[in-house]
Design a protein around this ligand. Structure first.
Ligand code: HEC
Ligand code: HEC
Length: 291
């Protein structure tokens, strides 16, 4: 064989081998993260059975986003469905209701930990960690009240980009994020129950951190919530009821989130949330990491 051709063949073979080794390493490292188990106790919360509590559970499931990711019917839908990120379902909750006990559901939702001790991915359990027993009990009561529908069963097949994201810690398993949320809570960052602002902070922590970050200081796609201080109470209400932001803007994600989730807030809840965001905007020091 011609020398140049041989050289080319050897180079291609070396590149292919290197690529295979890289893929195998990525797969092995990400698999190790996915197989990690987390110690979290099983906890019971009271599950009400009256129709008012179930209706309230449905409202809460809208506000906290369960009906956004898992579909309004709870039948489930794809969260990701492509080669690079993978095929990750927000699965059928009417099926989950028949698979798991109440304490198992509490642990999956609030701690991100499945019965086998492994973590869920994608689900914002860090946002649900502070949910009160009463609110979570109503949400579970509602999920259990929905008659079983055909839908999407659990499916978590990570693509190469999602695996890379886990390895370089651009993404963390939900159980890890829950522990980060715990340490923010333990640091006294949010008003404790009984303090002024506690009710508004509770709503922000359980409905906004999924996108605006665990300290509400913003993420790579949503701003620091100090931005709310640009709104009057009336403008804020208009924004949350209609999705129309200041200046008549239609925002790519937030407008739809406002309409589908936050139009379900009561006036009192909106009052508390708005007051907390304004107070926080005044007192919160500008941290280096925020825009
Ligand atoms: C950001 C999207 C998102 C939100 C919001 C969300 N989930 Fe999930 N949920 C998921 C995904 C994705 C999974 C599958 C994760 C896995 O199996 O690793 C999941 C899994 C679950 C499971 C386990 C299902 C099973 O069959 O194993 C339950 C139960 C659940 N979610 C309940 C809820 C409840 C209740 C809420 C609202 C309080 C909620 N989820 C909000 C995305 C979400
Ligand atoms: C599912 C993701 C998501 C959730 C949950 C969410 N937001 Fe947002 N929010 C965004 C994004 C993204 C933007 C930036 C605009 C856009 O791209 O839609 C935004 C922008 C905003 C803005 C700025 C509006 C403007 O005038 O530009 C405010 C105020 C706001 N959000 C308040 C909230 C509050 C309060 C909560 C909780 C009750 C919340 N958001 C929950 C994604 C979210």
């Amino acid at each position: 064989m011609h020398r140049a051709l041989r050289w080319l063949r050897n180079t291609i073979a070396a590149v292919v081998v290197l690529l295979l080794v890289a893929v195998a390493t990525l797969y092995a490292l990400s698999e190790r993260i996915m197989r990690r188990t987390y110690e979290e106790p099983l906890v019971s919360v009271p599950i009400p059975t009256d129709s008012a509590s179930i209706a309230e559970g449905e409202r809460l499931s809208s506000i906290h986003g369960c009906r956004g990711c898992h579909a309004a019917s709870l039948a489930g839908q794809w969260f990701e469905d492509d080669f690079w990120l993978g095929h990750i379902a927000a699965p059928n909750l009417t099926e989950a209701a028949r698979t798991y006990s109440d304490p198992e559901l509490v642990r999956i939702i609030r701690r991100g930990v499945r019965p086998d001790g492994r973590s869920v991915v994608v689900m914002s359990s860090d946002m649900f960690a502070p949910l009160s027993d009463t609110d979570l009990g109503k949400i579970i009561a509602y999920i259990r009240s929905v008659p079983p529908v055909a839908g999407l069963s659990r499916a978590v097949k990570l693509g190469p980009l999602a695996r890379l994201g886990l390895v370089i810690r651009q993404y963390d398993p939900s159980a890890v994020l829950v522990r980060q949320a715990d340490s923010v809570t333990a640091s006294g960052y949010f008003p404790a129950s009984g303090d002024p602002g506690a009710k508004g902070a509770y709503l922000a922590r359980t409905a906004c951190v999924e996108c605006h970050g665990v300290r509400l200081e913003g993420s790579d796609f949503a701003p620091d919530l100090r931005i709310a201080a640009g709104y009057t109470r009336e403008q804020f209400a208009h924004f949350f009821q209609t999705g129309e932001a200041l200046g008549g803007r239609d925002l790519p994600l937030m407008s739809q989130v406002a309409r589908s989730r936050f139009s379900h807030l009561t006036d009192e809840e909106e009052d508390a949330l708005f007051a907390y965001l304004i107070a926080r905007a005044v007192t919160h020091p500008i941290s280096g990491s925020t825009p």
